[in-house]
Design a protein around this ligand. Sequence first.
Ligand SMILES: Nc1ncnc2c1ncn2[C@@H]1O[C@H](COP(=O)(O)OP(=O)(O)OP(=O)(O)O)[C@@H](O)[C@H]1O
Length: 213
Amino acid sequence: MSSQPDASSKQPNPTPTPPVLLVIAGAAGSGKSTLCERLVSTEAEFSRVVTTTTRPPRPGEIDGVHYHFLTPEQFDAKLAAGEFLEWAWVHQKHRYGTLASSVLEPLANGRSLAINIDVQGVESFRNAAKTNPILARHMATVFIDVPMEELRKRMKLRGQDSDAEIERRMKTAEREVQEAGKFDYLIKSTTRDEDFAALQAAWRGTCERIASS
Ligand SMILES: Nc1ncnc2c1ncn2[C@@H]1O[C@H](COP(=O)(O)OP(=O)(O)OP(=O)(O)O)[C@@H](O)[C@H]1O
């Protein structure tokens, strides 16, 4: 995960906005990370949700900044106490998740948050919002919709994944796109700039909903 940008490089927004939680999902290669990074690096109100992992820190990674690093035992204890909004095994090796406190505390302090997560993780957030009025009020879910052939192209161009891995991700993408109708906002992906403008529109829409409720 990339480091948090320097807050001083962001332009403060002259009009105060209510804090929001934008939960951004889409298939692998859809551009979630690109959008999330641009939002937290250009909009002064936004921070990235600091998620939790049992994988050991890599050199240079700071606890509480890049991740909350927990031992498997600490993770188990928080799980048993119901402190996670969502969690998952990754590559059957390490667990990753989002603590409710990592979302609720910044929101209570007036910070807006963005998180990029898979479609299954969003379902957990939606379920949590059913019993948590703060989440229900401040959260909006955003799906980035990319035509299948364009997805394959983006993953090939990115050059991170083998052909076999890309095909595996494409199969998952076909399942994930079936869930698009459950999201509050759908971004029909075109250029990076237009996608970002659509994300900003989703942010504005969410602020208006909160202000009028
Ligand atoms: N609107 C766009 N048009 C063309 N290319 C894009 C667009 N948005 C992002 N990309 C490129 O597509 C590739 C995938 O983007 P990114 O890594 O942000 O996707 P992701 O959804 O976070 O993927 P993953 O889930 O695999 O981490 C990157 O190379 C990125 O630069």
